[in-house]
Design a protein around this ligand. Structure first.
Ligand code: ARG
Length: 567
């Protein structure tokens, strides 16, 4: 039963003669800040204009004309609002029985059914370190991927790896001068990084090395077998390591790992088409699309040496994706400083005459920063994502050893909680805001953190293990106290939150809601005894705890975080 609908339909019966639409009424209905004021509130400001009466007088009149019934137990005016009170027993039954019935599917919807959404996220640059700068796109992307699926969309996750470009020329030079096959096999990405750094150090003293690197890049572009086989080898090593060490740990996989090199043979067509359509201009030897009319700098298509560029690859990739997946939306998750890049080439696709340019969407993200002094950057070196996860797990193990030394599966739990803490900390604010990472906040078992949500879930599970399942009929009238109702309201709002998160591309609408639910639940738990001798109360409260554990687990799963049974 949808109580908001119930309230809306009663209003509609009264107001339709004045031309009010049900959908309008529905979207006008608000949730009062204090549940004592009612469960739903309908503001009368708009009606005041039509009816030429004060909003308060209208609210008064409406509330008099809607009699209480089995579902809506009370209707009362408060200032300009008509407040609806739903029958608490009915409300508790409707919500809790639905959660029990649907289980892990509670919150699933079909709002995006029939939509094909391509998501381009994570996309690290190969042979460069997978550093913490790629956390936001990786974890926000993974969460949105799951959230879109949960709302019925067909989602295609693509890792647009930076697997082609000048860095490979440099790497080949460094490898030939300072490396060996055995060392690269042994050291993996760490060794590739060492070589990459070494190149830069040496090239400062010997600028000719840059020329050498450029020559290798040209060889790669011309299909030279030695250059290509080294390139392929570096790629294979890096990708295998990202998958094994990073993505697997985060529980992430992609539908396609089609990086920039995948479009090598699809770029000439882009340049040709642009030129046929008269959009290509020459500028200092390079080819560009002029965007002055749109107040943007030109979009670079071909370098003066004929080499192609980042935007060109993106345009080729967009054509390929449109042709292959026929997407309704194609999303690109990167930090905000790439906004102009996307605006430019989206415009170019539009100028080429493709109306689906409107379906290309940049989803800008903030950056991650670390509290001064709390995390050493080891002088000039970047923080690797994997090292950060290792640190988180080590610290978590320390906390567990202190709080719950007897826990079995300690290592496994520390991994789930440590990794979850890092993920959650990156999903707790609007995605465009910078994340200021602090260990204290991220790892707190009491604050607004991943461990807090996981801990609350584990606590609920532990109560359930003690009390056993709530079998037989449940007397929902036992849950009419304020704390229980607050928990139930949170549970009831969960599906809406997920839809909003999908619509706004904002996983934090889910993470914040989970924290709210935990806070309400802990308030309930501190005030009421679940494992009481009174069988009916015990059964009803157990049903409530069961529903909380289900929703917390679903929410965590959507965010890409595990929900351990014990902590
Ligand atoms: N590799 C790029 C970077 O690390 C991100 C790629 C984003 N996707 C895209 N289609 N441009 O900055």
């Amino acid at each position: 039963m949808d109580f908001k609908n119930e309230a809306a339909s009663r209003l509609h019966a009264l107001l339709s003669k004045d031309g009010a639409e049900l959908s309008e009424i529905l979207s006008a209905i608000e949730t009062p800040p204090d549940p004592a004021m009612g469960d739903y509130a309908y503001p009368c400001f708009k009606l005041a204009k039509i009816m030429r009466k004060s909003p308060a007088a209208i609210a008064e009149e409406i509330s008099r004309k809607i009699p209480p019934d089995a579902v809506i137990s009370k209707v009362a005016a408060a200032g300009a609002y008509v407040n609806f009170f739903v029958d608490k027993t009915l409300f508790a039954r409707a919500v809790l029985s639905r959660v029990a019935e649907e289980g892990a599917d509670y919150g699933k919807s079909a709002v995006n059914a029939g939509q094909t959404i391509v998501m381009d996220y994570s996309s690290p640059n190969i042979a460069k370190p997978f550093h913490v700068g790629h956390i936001p796109t990786t974890v926000v992307g993974a969460a949105l991927y799951k959230i879109f699926r949960f709302t019925g969309a067909d989602v295609i996750g693509i890792n647009h790896l930076g697997d082609w470009g000048t860095q490979f020329g440099k790497l080949i030079v460094a490898y030939k001068r300072y490396g060996s096959r055995a060392e690269v096999d042994e050291g993996g990405v760490t060794e590739l990084m060492r070589l990459y750094v070494k190149f830069h150090e040496e090239a400062e003293k010997e600028p000719a090395m840059d020329e050498e690197a450029r020559a290798w890049l040209v060889k790669m572009q011309n299909g030279d077998e030695e250059a290509l086989s080294l390139w392929r080898w570096f790629n294979d090593i890096s990708l295998a390591e990202y998958k094994e060490k990073t993505y697997k740990r985060l529980g992430i996989d992609f539908d396609y790992y089609t990086g920039e090199s995948f479009y090598n043979d699809k770029m000439a067509d882009v340049a040709d088409e642009l030129s046929e359509k008269g959009l290509l201009k020459e500028s200092g030897g390079a080819r560009i699309v002029d965007l002055e009319e749109f107040n943007m700098p030109p979009c670079l298509i071909l370098r003066s040496d004929g080499g192609t560029l980042y935007p060109t690859r993106d345009i080729a990739a967009a054509f390929y994706r449109k042709k292959t997946y026929n997407f309704d939306k194609c999303l690109y998750l990167t930090c905000m400083d790439q906004s102009l890049h996307f605006a430019q080439w989206f415009k170019v696709v539009g100028l080429m005459g493709y109306d689906w340019a409107k379906d290309l969407e940049h989803v800008p993200l903030g950056m991650i920063a670390f509290e001064e002094g709390k995390l050493s950057t080891r002088k000039g070196r970047v923080i690797l994502l994997n090292d950060l996860l290792d640190d988180a797990v080590r610290k978590t193990l320390g906390i567990i050893n202190e709080k719950n030394p007897g826990l079995i599966n300690k290592e496994e739990t520390a991994e789930a909680v440590g990794v979850g803490a890092v993920v959650f900390a990156n999903l707790y604010n609007g995605r465009a805001r910078d994340v200021c990472f602090s260990w204290e906040r991220a790892l707190s078992f009491e604050g607004e953190s991943g461990p807090y949500v996981q801990y609350t879930h584990a606590r609920a599970r532990s109560i359930l293990r003690k009390s056993g399942a709530a079998a037989g009929d449940i007397d929902y009238s036992r849950l009419s106290d304020a704390e229980s109702i607050e928990v139930i309201s949170c549970l009831a709002e969960f599906p809406e939150r997920i839809e909003a998160a999908a619509r706004e591309r904002e996983p934090f609408l889910v993470s914040r809601h989970l924290v709210n639910l935990c806070q309400s639940f802990n308030k309930f738990y501190n005030k009421h005894i679940v494992l009481t001798e009174e069988a009916e109360i015990r059964k009803a409260r157990t049903a409530l705890v069961g529903a909380v554990s289900v929703v917390l687990k679903t929410g965590l799963t959507l965010l890409g975080i595990k929900a351990p049974e014990e902590m």
